[in-house]
Design a protein around this ligand. Structure first.
Ligand SMILES: NC(=O)c1ccc[n+]([C@@H]2O[C@H](COP(=O)([O-])OP(=O)(O)OC[C@H]3O[C@@H](n4cnc5c(N)ncnc54)[C@H](OP(=O)(O)O)[C@@H]3O)[C@@H](O)[C@H]2O)c1
Length: 294
């Protein structure tokens, strides 16, 4: 049995789908019945609860061989009293791995991110680094995956290009990012299950190209058969909005801090295949846009 934590999220739901397509038994730890429903319908076992709930984790870990965690507590809509990533993610994973050890789990795969070791890394990245340390020191066989930026982050720009020929971009939009599609990120997590090269490994990976956001806009405009005027939104504006919204939405501020970090330093990953014996033909950004407009 494979337990997915974060199975209702972008990467987690892809991981669940791909595992189910391979006919593997999957269980997901879900925080709400309404979000669990589509997974249940796809043949996924559901354990209701979250990483703060030890009893729910115990139920979720019963008979599990591998755990894949793609969970994150960062959500721009997160309210002040609920935004404590150091507690929710670090302590949450301590709870999970503590139970996992007792349950005899034999592999933990944790989805982190490229850039977590950077000296200027934003808070959410530093939290991932803390969780990586919890995973490494858990005594359980582990795999840490560090993907680069998701192509899906740019989806909101496509309608603006299509309808108004304008592409609003945060900051300069010139830093290189090895953009990768969520389905490719998930594919590596699935390949990592029981893979000998994944044991005790920290795998950094991305898509096939290093592209700036400006280059992505040009590619998207070409696919859409139009032109696009790039409208840079000053990062100071995001900073200001994040500061004003902080009392009600600290998550928004942390989300903007990531945009600032990526615009300044980029997010580049190696191009070689994550596993030497697995085929690796990740989507190009152009193919990704074609799929989405279809
Ligand atoms: N965006 C990028 O470019 C990028 C790049 C590299 C790495 N990453 C990282 O990749 C990971 C996956 O991202 P994603 O977009 O798939 O995230 P996502 O869509 O926000 O999904 C987060 C998942 O975590 C679950 N969750 C939140 N708090 C929980 C808790 N206390 N206990 C149990 N589950 C909880 C959520 O459940 P609910 O559905 O109930 O909220 C959801 O299933 C994240 O760690 C992200 O930081 C992102």
């Amino acid at each position: 049995m494979i337990l997915v934590v974060g199975g209702t999220g972008r990467v987690g739901s892809q991981v669940v789908q791909q595992l189910r397509r391979q006919g593997r038994p999957v269980r997901a730890l879900c925080r709400s019945e309404s979000k669990a429903k589509p997974l249940r319908e796809a043949g996924v076992e559901i354990a209701l609860g979250d990483l703060a709930d030890r009893r729910a984790i115990e139920t979720a870990c019963r008979g599990v061989g591998t755990i894949i965690s793609t969970m994150t507590s960062l959500n721009p809509r997160t309210l002040r009293d609920r935004y404590h990533p150091e507690v929710i993610e670090e302590q949450g994973h301590r709870n999970l791995l503590d139970v996992a050890r007792q349950a005899g789990v034999n592999q933990v795969i944790y989805l982190s991110a490229i850039g977590v070791e950077h000296p200027q890394a934003p808070r959410q990245f530093r939290v991932k680094r803390l969780v990586e340390k919890v995973v490494k020191s858990s005594g359980l066989p582990y795999t840490i995956l560090r993907p680069s930026g998701f192509m899906e982050n740019l989806l909101p720009v496509l309608p603006a290009i299509q309808r108004f020929r304008v592409a609003p971009l945060p900051g300069t939009g010139t830093a290189p990012i090895t953009y990768i599609a969520v389905e490719d990120i998930a594919r590596v997590a699935v390949q990592a299950v029981g893979h000998p090269e994944a044991q005790g490994a920290m795998i950094e990976y991305g898509g096939p190209e290093d592209l700036s956001n400006r280059q992505c806009v040009q590619i998207a405009a070409k696919v859409l058969g139009t032109s696009a005027w790039i409208a840079p939104i000053p990062l100071t504006l995001f900073h200001l909005i994040g500061g004003i919204a902080r009392p009600v939405s600290p998550g928004l501020r942390e989300f903007f801090a990531i945009l600032r970090f990526v615009d300044r330093y980029g997010l580049c990953a190696p191009h070689h295949p994550p596993f030497s014996n697995e085929p690796w033909t990740p989507l190009t950004f152009e193919e990704f846009v074609r799929r989405h407009i279809r």
